[in-house]
Structure formats: structure tokens, C-alpha cells
Design a protein around this ligand. Sequence first.
Ligand SMILES: Nc1ncnc2c1ncn2[C@@H]1O[C@H](COP(=O)(O)OP(=O)(O)OP(=O)(O)O)[C@@H](O)[C@H]1O
Length: 312
Amino acid sequence: MTGALVADGVEKSYGDVTALAGVSISVDAGEVFGLVGPNGAGKTTLVRALTGTTTTEGSVSVLGERPTEVAKSRIGLLPQSFSPAARLTARELLVQYAGLYDDARDPDAVLADVGIDDETAAQWYETLSGGQKRRVCVAIALVNDPEVLFLDEPTTGIDPAGRRDLWELLEGLAADGTTVFLTSHSMAEVERLADRVGFLKSGRLVAVGSPRDLIETHGGRSRLLVETDAEASTTELTGLGFAVSAAESHLVVEGVGPRRIGDVVEAFESRGVDFDSLTWKQPDLEDVYLELTGESFDGNGDIAAVAEEGRR
Ligand SMILES: Nc1ncnc2c1ncn2[C@@H]1O[C@H](COP(=O)(O)OP(=O)(O)OP(=O)(O)O)[C@@H](O)[C@H]1O
């Protein structure tokens, strides 16, 4: 396999626990690869294998070299848990890290890129909010202007506006050719950023593809969730060719394209059935997650859970 990042048959066990059970993956230069999966699926272990911070069976290469041998200036790494010195200011931390490289970026410019203003940059790391801390950690990973950037759950704890800012920053880096390997529990994040997404479950990659292809293959059909107590219109809807299932106070009507929403509403009205709300949902990466991992997704748990109940 060739690629900026290559893992071939990577296995890792901790005692009786299998963290990776033979993972093979190749990420091209300039590609943004998103790795998702439930807690304990092995995401961090794969990041550690690719960055040379743990030993594994199988082979791994980064920029054509063994991970432990790649020049540190070429790699940026934001580990999942990272605690820089508590009594240094954000700016002092960036200056400290910049000092480790011959050709580092300007610390103030990097802090500005991640949305840390001068006043915040002058505060001790320990006194920053969780989201501000995470932004500083992202800045540390970027200070050497890396060719390959590993981000293990980069936006955890960052507020929605900050998250969007960071997404824009990462899109800019990707457009400039940085290879990005990202783990995340946010399907919105990987759907927006990743060229390809890998789904890891119990140490195995169960699917890899572009968000669009994965959604097409595993996302199911668009559906309408109707909040109603009545099941009376089920026959009517089935007669119109829709698959309908009842789940607690909802009906899930599968396969409703946008032009057919009116038909569903008419079916309810013709039966005099009242409903409290009607939510139309196109398949997205959350549905893929649900299908591939069998677990409801946090970001939109209600709909996922109802849809899942409906499918059973
Ligand atoms: N240092 C370690 N010692 C023992 N077991 C470990 C160690 N690191 C990871 N594991 C185990 O390996 C498995 C995979 O863990 P890993 O951290 O890679 O999962 P993850 O997908 O990153 O999870 P999360 O989404 O919770 O971050 C888990 O069962 C975990 O308990």
C-alpha cells in the first residue's frame, strides 16, 4: 500500500483486551480522514499506532517512514488527553512549543487562528475554560506547520461557534495540502470535514468510504417522523406504498421523498387523525453510525432511537 499514512494488518492487545484486531488503511497526502466508532472501539489506539506512541503487530508508515523515525516537525499531534503546564499562559505555552522547531509559525498568529484573543492568551492555562484549553491544545499541534495532523477528538468541549471556526481552520489547512487524521464522536464534524470516513467497531474497520457513499449504502431512506397517538392511518399510508412502523408516540414513515410529504399529511387528514409534529429526515452519517454500530447516536439520539425502534 502507498499513502501518506499506511496501516497494514495492525493489531494491538492490552492483556486480554483486543484494541485493534487487524486494521488496514491507507490515507493519501492531502486527504482528510475521519475515524469514528463507539467508546473503546480502538480509535485512540490507532492514532497511537500511527504516531509511534505505542507498539503494535503489523506495519505502519507515516510519510513513507516508520512513525518513530519521521521528523517531529512534519507531524502535528493533538492527543485525546493532553495537559500542558498549568501555570504558563497560553502565549508562553505556544512560545515554548515553537522553540522546539527550527521553522515554527508565529505563536500569536497560531493563537489567533484558533480564536484565542490577546487577553485570553495572557492567562494561565489552568484558568482557561475547557473549550479555551482545547483551542490552545489545537494551536500547539499546529505551531510547527505540520504536513500531517493527527487530531484525537479535537472539538470536545468547544462551543458550537468555536467548533465551526475550527472546522473552517481545518478546511483551510486541508485545502493547503495538510493531511489530516481526525477522530470524532461528532458525525456533523466528520461529514463536513472528511473526504473519507472509517467506522471502527471492536477493533475492526467495518466500513470505509466517502460520507456520500456511506450514506447511500448504509443510511437507509429519507423518513418522516410523525408525533401522534393514532395508528389509524397506518393502513392508509401502507396503501400509498410507504413502510410504516409505530414507536411509542411516533409513527415512522420510511421512504418519504420531499415531494411526498403532502401525501402523508393528506392521509392523516382524510382519516381525521391529529398529529403534534412532523419531522422529515434525510439519511445522514448518524444513520450510517446507527446501522454499522447498532448504537444510537448522541447528537440526535431521539430521532435515531425512534427510527431504530421503527426498523425493528
Ligand atoms: N493503556 C491501556 N491499557 C489497557 N487497556 C487499554 C489501554 N488503552 C486502551 N485500552 C483498551 O483498548 C480498547 C480501545 O481503547 P481506545 O482508547 O483505543 O478506544 P477509543 O475508540 O479511542 O475510545 P473513546 O471513544 O472512548 O476514546 C478499550 O477497551 C480500552 O479499554
